[in-house]
Design a protein around this ligand. Structure first.
Ligand SMILES: Cc1cc2nc3c(=O)[nH]c(=O)nc-3n(C[C@H](O)[C@H](O)[C@H](O)COP(=O)(O)O)c2cc1C
Length: 230
């Protein structure tokens, strides 16, 4: 067997040659929460920003950024999600919403540049309950509620002024009560992960990857994991 010492001549140091730092047998929800907490300390903004990839039923993909608003092994349990998940909110009348409604699966990608890490997550989607959508919509500042309600997200807009006029009208209409009714198309989705892959940069392309795959069903749901070549 080749010992690290004998590789000194290659210029590779002990950090690159060390064993994987992504623990085998980890609970991927717990590991994700740790990595997100570290990103919250080091990213300059939006550590919860993630790329959301959707696709049409005939396989044409599209991707955009959204914010993660809930995660963990209990996520979505109150509206029937089994095994936990990752939740985002959006206007379902949008392009992504149309693709999701027609093909309820997605892929999420986090890239934390400050940590040189990425996490890839894939699986089917469940729409959040109306109560959850209401709770999140009304947890946002009044200004954000107005901006969302005024937006026919992703549909053509003739002039910016049209949108501003809608913002002003909705603002004035609900100013007294300080909250805007949640638009019917405004909702959220929870992705039930079937694959979660953790990736850490190492110099000289000796990156560290571990893939967690959902196994079993019902009460016997669990995770298996394997390293992947980088
Ligand atoms: C950092 C960041 C976070 C965003 N968060 C959200 C979000 O949580 N929900 C959302 O609908 N759009 C969010 N957007 C806007 C989307 O990227 C996108 O422009 C919009 O949802 C329309 O996408 P679509 O036309 O594919 O439906 C965010 C954009 C950025 C850059």
């Amino acid at each position: 067997m080749t010992s690290p010492d004998s590789l000194a001549s290659t210029g590779l140091d002990s950090a690159q040659l060390a064993d994987s730092e992504i623990p085998a047998g980890a609970d991927p929800f717990v590991l994700f929460a740790q990595w997100l907490a570290e990103a919250q300390q080091s990213e300059i903004n939006d550590p919860n920003a993630m790329a959301l990839a959707t696709a049409t039923p005939d396989g044409a993909p599209s991707v955009r950024m959204v914010l993660l608003k809930g995660h963990g092994a209990e996520e979505g349990a109150d509206y029937g999600v089994i095994g936990g998940g990752f939740t985002f909110f959006t206007n379902a009348g949008s392009r992504k919403g149309g693709e999701i409604r027609a093909n309820m699966q997605a892929s999420l990608l986090f890239h934390w540049k400050s940590l040189r890490r990425q996490v890839r997550i894939e699986g089917p989607l469940t729409e959040v309950s109306p109560a959850r959508a209401d709770a999140y919509f009304h947890s946002r500042p009044y200004k954000s509620q107005v901006g969302s309600a005024a937006s026919d997200q992703s549909r053509p807009l003739d002039t910016r002024q049209t949108y501003i006029d809608r913002v002003k009208a909705i603002w004035a209409k609900h100013q007294e009560e300080g909250r805007v009714p949640r638009p019917s198309e405004w909702t959220g989705f929870t992705l039930s992960p079937q694959r979660i892959e953790f990736w850490r940069d190492r110099d000289n392309r000796l990156h560290d990857r571990r893939l967690f795959t959902l196994t079993g069903a019902g009460d016997a749901l669990g995770w298996s994991d394997t390293l992947l070549y980088p």
